[in-house]
Structures are given as structure tokens and as C-alpha cells.
Design a protein around this ligand. Structure first.
Ligand code: NCD
Ligand code: ZN
Length: 380
């Protein structure tokens, strides 16, 4: 009885089938209780960890709250071979805090030159879990990406079907004549839909979806073979956030934020409980001076705040009961991997996001820097 009335004090519906604990909290006077949500440890299915001292600066933020992460290969030079992926994984493991069980799942960067043989090697390695396709020029470090997926890449895609290797897609066309805000929609029409038709057995993840068009497309596809990752920024912000009170470089990412109707469509999609959507932060750190300059880089650093933000979205939608599937079940189920067995807690407790994180080469400004968030994640 105490638990239920205390829960109602936060005006959210009671999650069903999830471990909700209400612990007494001397600091909180309102009915003397605090809400905690215990969930299976989440994974991040789209993460940029970078290398060098930037890797060192960011990896602990992901390792603290996530069991595994699909690590993006858009380094300079890109991770185009299994040998490079193995070396990159070693560098990541060296950089994670002692005692952490964080497991980086590596990816290969698809180019016009990738061979079917490389896919076989990747599968055998047990280190590479997916291949990432960047249309050449679409985003940060994508200049070596694919120029024509229906050209030279066909034998590689056929081998990926055989090896059951998922294809992760940056879903934007690069044609400068196509309006930036339409690039995802046009990509779906001209590339992704034909690709799914040509390779119905290929597992495809449309990364960081941003539009109602993407939601409609994903839902029209086979649930076993086509899915999407969703970022915190595309769930919480619309394109007004780019210009609020002046140009806001720390809200700039690709695909760029869209209109409010698109944000709402994505929120409805992920909070519906559909297993086709899973957590992918697209946390993409760039040193502050590379964001705050005359030609700022695309990418939002969300790793330290992502879980709090996803919880906020599900709470606002009255769907906290669907949060755990999104953070911790749908991803491994799609990839055919076991779910994590350890658990973590999200406590309803205000905390302030640091304004910056300092590291030897400069500073990182996280998403929602300096703001107060309500859900505090911690290990149990
Ligand atoms: C990413 C990056 O910085 O590597 N940037 C971004 O805006 N999301 C690349 C990407 O995922 O598009
Ligand atoms: Zn990304």
C-alpha cells in the first residue's frame, strides 16, 4: 500500500512486470519514499568511441552503464578490415576502467573495395558483429564510404546474407540537391526499400531514425530482418533546438533534428513496445573547439546522460513498463545474442549534468550540459 501510493506521488503509471522498488529516503519528504526502477543492464547498439585520448576520455561513461556496445568504425583511417577491428577492440579494452565487464562489439566500415572474403574473415573472428554502410560524404569520416550500393557492393551483401552478418545503415542520401531535412526520406525511397526487396534475408538496422517516414518504413518490413536504433536527441528534441536563442552547435548531429511531428512519431514508435526498435545513443564526441567554430562537426555527446534521457521519454509517454525491452531486450534479440544477466537501477533522483568534461586535448560538452535530469542510473 505504501509502495503504491508513493509511486502515484510521481504521477506515472505503474510499470507491469518490472521490478519496482520504493526505498525510504530521508531526503525526500514527499510521502517519504523514492522510486527506483531495476532493469536488465542495457546495451548501446550505436556508439562512437573514437581513439587516442578521446577514447580514454569517453569510454568509462559507456562502460559504467552499458553491458555491450556496437562500436562504430568511422575512425581516421576507417576500420575496414577485421585485423583493424581486432586492434581497435584491444585499444578499447585497455582504456576501460579495471573491473569493468564492458564488451565492445566491433563493426567493419563498408567501402567500394570491401571483399566477400573479408566478410568471411570477420565472421570467423568472433570479434566483428556487423558491417556499417555510410553513403560516401553523408557524415563525419564517411568520405571512404559506399558510392553505389547496387554496384560493387553486391557480392559483399550476398556474402553477408550467407554469413548472417547484419548491415547497419546510415540512412541519408548525399545528393546536394536534396534538402537536408528530406535526405532520410529520399534514402528510404531510393536505396533502402529497393535494398530490402533485393536482399529480403539480409538483417538490416536503420541507424538513428529521425522521421515518420522511417517509422512507417520499418513497420512495413519483416520484424525478423529489419529494425532501427533510436537516439535520445531524436526522441527529445526537434529542429527548433538548433536555433533556440542563437545557433546551438551542441544540438547538431546527423541526421539533423527534424520537425515536431517526426519527433512525436518516433516517441510513439519506441514506446509502443514494438521489438523493432532498440537503444542506440549515437553518442559522438567532438572536442569543444571542433563544435564551436565556423564549420562545426556533427555529433552529440550523449553517453553520460543517455539512460536518464531515455527514462524521461518513456516516463513522459506513460510507458515505463516498455523501457526495459527497448534498452535491454530488443537489441540482443535482433542480433541473436543473449540478453545481459546483470541488472542496474534507475533512481528517480535529481542530478546535474556537468557543464564540460575535461581531458588532455580539451573539453567535451555533453548533451543537456548544466541541466538537471531526474533519473540517476547506478549499478547494483
Ligand atoms: C557521427 C560522428 O561524429 O562520428 N556524427 C553524428 O552526427 N551522428 C557520425 C554519424 O553517426 O553520423
Ligand atoms: Zn553514429
Amino acid at each position: 500500500m505504501l509502495a503504491y501510493s508513493a509511486y502515484r506521488a510521481f504521477e506515472t503509471p505503474r510499470p507491469v512486470g518490472y521490478c519496482i522498488t520504493i526505498s525510504r529516503n530521508p531526503k525526500r519528504t514527499r510521502r517519504g519514499a523514492r522510486m527506483e526502477l531495476a532493469i536488465t543492464k542495457p546495451d548501446d547498439w550505436h556508439l562512437h568511441l573514437r581513439d587516442g585520448d578521446l577514447l580514454q576520455a569517453v569510454v568509462s561513461h559507456s562502460a559504467r552503464h552499458f553491458g555491450r556496445a556496437i562500436v562504430m568504425p568511422n575512425l581516421k583511417p576507417p576500420v575496414t578490415t577485421t585485423a583493424r577491428a581486432v586492434a581497435y577492440k584491444e585499444a578499447i579494452l585497455k582504456a576501460i576502467p579495471t573491473g569493468s565487464e564492458f564488451n565492445p562489439l566491433m563493426t567493419l566500415y563498408l567501402t567500394d573495395e570491401t571483399s566477400p572474403e573479408e566478410i568471411k574473415i570477420a565472421r570467423k573472428s568472433g570479434v566483428v558483429y556487423a558491417v556499417k554502410m555510410y553513403p560516401a560524404g553523408a557524415t563525419t569520416n564517411s568520405q571512404d564510404g559506399v558510392t553505389d550500393v547496387f554496384g560493387k557492393c553486391l557480392p559483399v551483401l550476398e556474402e553477408m546474407v550467407k554469413q548472417e552478418m547484419p548491415l547497419l545503415v546510415h540512412g541519408e542520401v548525399t545528393d546536394p540537391d536534396v534538402d537536408t531535412f528530406d535526405r532520410e526520406k529520399v534514402f528510404i525511397e531510393t536505396i533502402l526499400a529497393p535494398l530490402v526487396q533485393k536482399f529480403p534475408q539480409l538483417k538490416i538496422v536503420m541507424e538513428h531514425i529521425t522521421t515518420l517516414d522511417a517509422v512507417r518504413f520499418i513497420e512495413s518490413c519483416n520484424k525478423e530482418t529489419v529494425a532501427a536504433t533510436v537516439t535520445p536527441q531524436h526522441l527529445l528534441l526537434n529542429r527548433n533546438s538548433l536555433f533556440k536563442g542563437g545557433l546551438q552547435p551542441h544540438n547538431y548531429c546527423l541526421p539533423v533534428l527534424k520537425r515536431e511531428i517526426h519527433r512525436q512519431a518516433i516517441v510513439s514508435a519506441v514506446t509502443s513496445g514494438s521489438r523493432q526498435y532498440f537503444l542506440g545513443t549515437d553518442s559522438a564526441p567532438h572536442e569543444r573547439r571542433r563544435k564551436e567554430c565556423s564549420c562545426g562537426c556533427a555529433g552529440i555527446y550523449s553517453a553520460p546522460v543517455a539512460l536518464s534521457l531515455y527514462a524521461k521519454v518513456f516516463e513522459q509517454a506513460g510507458a515505463l513498463d516498455k523501457l526495459e525491452a527497448f534498452t535491454s531486450f530488443n537489441g540482443p534479440d535482433f542480433y541473436g545474442l543473449p540478453r545481459n544477466t546483470s541488472r542496474m537501477v534507475l533512481r528517480k533522483s535529481a542530478w546535474e549534468v556537468p557543464k564540460t568534461y575535461t581531458y588532455p586535448s580539451g573539453e567535451l560538452v555533453p548533451m543537456f550540459a548544466g541541466e538537471t535530469l531526474e533519473w540517476l542510473p547506478f549499478d547494483i
